[in-house]
Structure formats: structure tokens, C-alpha cells
Design a protein around this ligand. Structure first.
Ligand code: SAM
Ligand code: SF4
Length: 332
């Protein structure tokens, strides 16, 4: 049943209206990017995960209460077997409460799914790609095949999806390649968002060795490309530039060096049904238990509680994981 949007009622204690829900549909992944996961990553037991119907009910409740944008992420969303069903169900709300349904994917299975995603109402996808060099790609992801991801990107474009490439800037791994990646995006008609590494979850290496401040990257890029500041805001930690004379929007996502919390409009639903009001804090409410024990009324009460505790700002410090959970659990 389609839910008719009602008056927005998702205001937090600091007066911010919540419009954006990110959902991690699985914590599992077919890659093991070094900055994201340990090689021998332990995943949650399947019994701990939200069922598809529960994800849909929670998402629809958020839509009814004023959320206009939903992003499906993970883990790798396309490794969840029933994700297509979820996309079709939520896609029915696009234009009827929801302005946009999007996905962040590593692209390995995108070639198989791109047409179905487009048919379900998705218009844009973010594809994570940290290098265009097959050997580097294999190293960063610990075993990935670059050709698969590139085929996924081609399929997405052919299906009419707008592609944004997400690239984490990594000292000694891809910092030297970032101008070439931007040139490739311009050539292919994609957008590009560069991301600073964030201290989320234990990994096998020291993130401080790989951290690149995007202020440094910006200096390099602006020496080579004509970058014009763009007012485009998403309520998140990104600032945008238009590459003059092209279709490409360049985003710089620097949660550590830039303060974006005042305009934050988002909350995150984990694979286990916990709602985190801030990526950089451990406070959460358990929507799965609320829904299972008390239905929609209890779900609403739990959502209200999350809004009440949403902190004013994050507390990231690169040297220690600010929070123990990995990005794959909270959904990037
Ligand atoms: N598997 C999908 C993918 O890679 O696009 C979706 C989930 S992934 C966690 C979402 C985004 O988070 C990716 O662009 C990834 O590069 C980024 N990411 C993961 N761990 C990160 C970290 N510790 N710091 C910054 N970005 C991170
Ligand atoms: Fe998987 Fe995405 Fe994490 Fe890479 S960044 S390990 S693709 S969840």
C-alpha cells in the first residue's frame, strides 16, 4: 500500500528537519577495501538482519513523516539477494513523497542490475572507484577486478543512470592519480566525489598513514582544471565545484576538516535495524525491536527518541576509531 505523505514531523532538538535516510541493506561485501574492512571481517549472523519487509515498512514510515531522499548502501547492496524487490517497492514512492531513491555500490554487480534499477525509479547511482589501474585496484580492494566495475559503470550509463564516482583519497595509493580520475570522469560525463578517510571501525592498517587532506588535493586539481564553486548543497559534508565547460560536478567530502553539522539533514538505518542519528556518535535507537514489539506506534516513538538525541556535532579524530562500527554496517 502506498503511504500518503503527511506534514513533515522529523525535527530534531536543534531545529534541523530530517529529509534524508540512508539504509545499509547488508553488512556483507564481495570486496575488502583496506580503509573500510579488515581482511578477515566478521559479518553479522543473518538472523540479526532486518527482513526485507521490515526495511520497507521503516522506510515507508520515514517517507510518511517527511523524508524525501533515501539512499541504499551497505556493505555492498547488490549482494543482498532480495534487494531488487526492495528497490521496486521503494521506487513506487518516487514522485509520491520521495524525490529521490539512490544507491551507493562498488559496481561489481552493476552490469547485471543497472537496467532493473533504472526501471524501478532510480535515476542516479554512486559507484565507488579509487583507481583506474587494475593492479592498484586489486591491491586496494584486496582481490577486486577493475574490469567488472568499469563494465558496471558502462551499463549504468547505458541504462540512463547518472553516475557519480566516489573516490577515497589515499596517500601513497591513489593521491597521484586523482587528476587523471577527474579527467576520466569529465571524458565519460560522470560526476566525481573525493572523500577523506574516516575513523570508522577497526581495520588492519593505520589510517593516519593514508590520510590526505582534501585542501591539498584541491590545490593540485585547481592548478590543472578550471573549477567554479557551485552552490549545490546536500545537507552533508560535501562542497561542490563545477568543472568549467563540462558536465562534471566535483564534490569534496571532508568530514574531518570541514564542519557541516549545522545543516545536517540525515539519519542512518543499520543492517540490524538500529537508527544512528549521527555517523560520528554511538548513540542509537533500536527500530527493529520497537517495530517487532509494538508496531508502527512504537516505531514512531523510537524515531522521535532518535531525533531527541541527535547530537549537535560529530566528534571525529583520525587517530582513534571515533566509533567502533564499520562504515559497512552504518551504510557510508
Ligand atoms: N560497498 C558500497 C561501495 O563501496 O560503494 C557501499 C558501501 S561503502 C561503505 C560506501 C562508501 O564509503 C564508499 O564510497 C567507500 O569508499 C566509503 N568508505 C568506506 N569506509 C570508509 C572510511 N573509513 N572512510 C571514508 N570513506 C569510507
Ligand atoms: Fe565493500 Fe564498499 Fe567497504 Fe569496499 S568500501 S569493502 S566495496 S563496503
Amino acid at each position: 500500500m502506498l503511504v500518503a505523505p503527511t506534514e513533515p514531523s522529523l525535527l530534531d532538538a536543534h531545529g534541523r528537519a530530517i529529509r534524508y535516510l540512508r539504509i545499509s541493506v547488508t553488512d556483507r561485501c564481495d570486496l575488502r577495501c583496506r580503509y573500510c574492512m579488515a581482511e578477515a571481517m566478521t559479518f553479522l549472523p543473518r538472523s540479526a538482519l532486518l527482513q526485507l519487509e521490515e526495511i520497507a515498512v521503516i522506510a515507508e514510515r520515514f517517507i510518511a513523516r517527511g523524508v524525501t531522499k533515501i539512499r541504499l548502501s551497505g556493505g555492498e547492496p547488490l549482494v543482498r539477494r532480495d534487494v531488487g524487490e526492495l528497490v521496486r517497492r521503494l521506487g513506487r514512492h518516487v514522485g509520491a513523497g520521495l524525490d529521490e531513491l539512490t544507491m551507493t555500490t562498488n559496481g561489481t554487480r552493476l552490469a547485471d542490475h543497472a537496467r532493473a534499477l533504472a526501471a524501478a525509479g532510480i535515476r542516479r547511482v554512486n559507484v565507488s572507484l579509487d583507481t583506474l589501474d587494475p593492479e592498484r585496484f586489486r591491491y586496494i580492494t584486496r582481490h577486486g577486478d577493475l574490469a567488472q566495475v568499469l563494465a558496471g559503470v558502462v551499463a549504468a550509463k547505458a541504462a540512463g543512470l547518472r553516475v557519480k564516482i566516489n573516490t577515497v583519497a589515499l596517500a601513497g595509493l591513489n593521491e597521484d592519480e586523482l587528476p587523471a580520475i577527474l579527467a576520466w570522469c569529465i571524458d565519460q560525463g560522470h560526476d566525481l566525489s573525493l572523500i577523506e578517510t574516516m575513523p570508522l571501525g577497526a581495520i588492519d592498517e593505520d589510517r593516519t598513514d593514508r590520510f590526505v587532506p582534501l585542501t591539498r588535493v584541491f590545490e593540485t586539481l585547481s592548478a590543472r582544471f578550471d573549477l567554479i564553486r557551485d552552490g549545490h548543497r546536500t545537507g552533508g559534508p560535501a562542497r561542490y565545484w563545477r568543472v568549467k565547460g563540462t558536465d562534471t560536478l566535483l564534490g569534496l567530502i571532508s568530514p574531518l576538516t570541514a564542519n557541516f553539522c549545522d545543516g545536517c539533514n540525515r539519519v542512518r538505518l543499520t543492517t540490524e535495524g538500529k537508527l544512528y542519528a549521527c555517523l560520528g556518535h554511538d548513540d542509537q535507537v533500536d527500530l527493529k525491536t520497537a517495530l517487532r514489539s509494538g508496531g508502527i506506534a512504537a516505531l514512531d516513538a523510537a524515531i522521535d527518541e532518535a531525533l531527541r538525541i541527535k547530537p549537535k556535532r560529530h566528534a571525529f579524530d583520525l587517530s582513534v576509531p571515533a566509533v567502533a562500527r564499520h562504515m559497512s554496517v552504518t551504510g557510508g
